[in-house]
Write a protein that binds this ligand. Sequence first.
Ligand code: UD1
Length: 360
Amino acid sequence: MIITVVGARPNFVKAAPIHNAFRAAGVQHEICNTGQHYDALMSKVFFEDLGMPKPIVDLGVGSGTHAEQTAAAMIGLERFFSQKPPRAVLVVGDVNSTLAAAIVAAKMGLFSAHVEAGLRSRDWSMPEEVNRVVTDTIVDLLLTPSADADDNLRNEGHSADSIVRVGNVMIDALQQHLPAARKLGMPSRLGLKPREYSVMTLHRPANVDDPAVLGGILDAVADIAKTLPVVFPVHPRTRTKAAASGLDLERTNRLIPIDPLGYLEFLSLTSDARLVLTDSGGLQEETTVLGIPCLTLRDNTERPSTITHGTNVLVGSNPEAIRREAQRALNRPIDSSHRVPELWDGRAAGRIVKAVLARI
Ligand code: UD1
């Protein structure tokens, strides 16, 4: 049996095509969910939208400090792997569950592979950067999405035969589900017309934990909303932080905070947006493939190919910069001839299966 470990929302999107590709190759593959994300809107809806089977186990880890969350996932995973050791453990992305699974697999001597290896922001204040670097140091097989990731790993001294560029598996999911997503017509459900609204997501601690930073971003976005309504599916972390500091998410009726959306609803919304503002990693990639202008509210990105080959612009969290870059993006016509990075072609999962099976 081969296991892919998932825990948080972006992991589910990456695991679904991998599961299908292993099954299509006749290999027994199961999903193990740590339960880092547990609200139905952050977890269950994604399993349903992506057509994923019930996880073989749900460890119910939930929220906590980094140490609590990582440790709880490690304890649960070690117990689970001990019962029937898998032939291989796949970990995806850069969340605390990714790190926990990589450490447990390494210490138990299980073959492990990291999907999305090699991404680096070089920003050590991000918990994800710690997770990425430690995970890549201890897994057996490094499956990368892009050439910059290969370069990062080689520069860190990883041997060439441990690195396989497979492309971006999130794009497999996007291509597979885009037709169904479009049928949902999310813009019109919200009373909006295609290309006449923007979408924002925010959840990074650096943007939402400090009320001064979050308040500044919301002020800037409220101004942008005067030109273009902003739909804002609010991550639970952001909702909690805004409420704790008395920040009003509904400061204008053109800034539209809504509950987190499922995968298909969100894809329906973003695929017809005029502009996306985000601090998410996956959304930088999805907008690149969809050809939608994306302003990333961070000072750095571990996904530079979305800038060099895609629609992404790094803006940071300075309110003036956000206003200025949004205006600049809206003044540019949408480029229908946009490029995408090599191997972001919807066939990454097949290459992942091939690379793993060749090694075990
Ligand atoms: C986590 C990942 C981040 C990823 C993000 C995607 C880490 C370190 N962070 O961040 O890399 O981009 O997921 O969403 O692994 N909460 C709920 N319900 C839930 C889940 C979380 O209410 O189902 C709230 C809780 O208050 C929790 C907080 O969100 O304390 C943060 O959740 P956590 O899983 O620690 O990190 P995220 O910010 O979601």
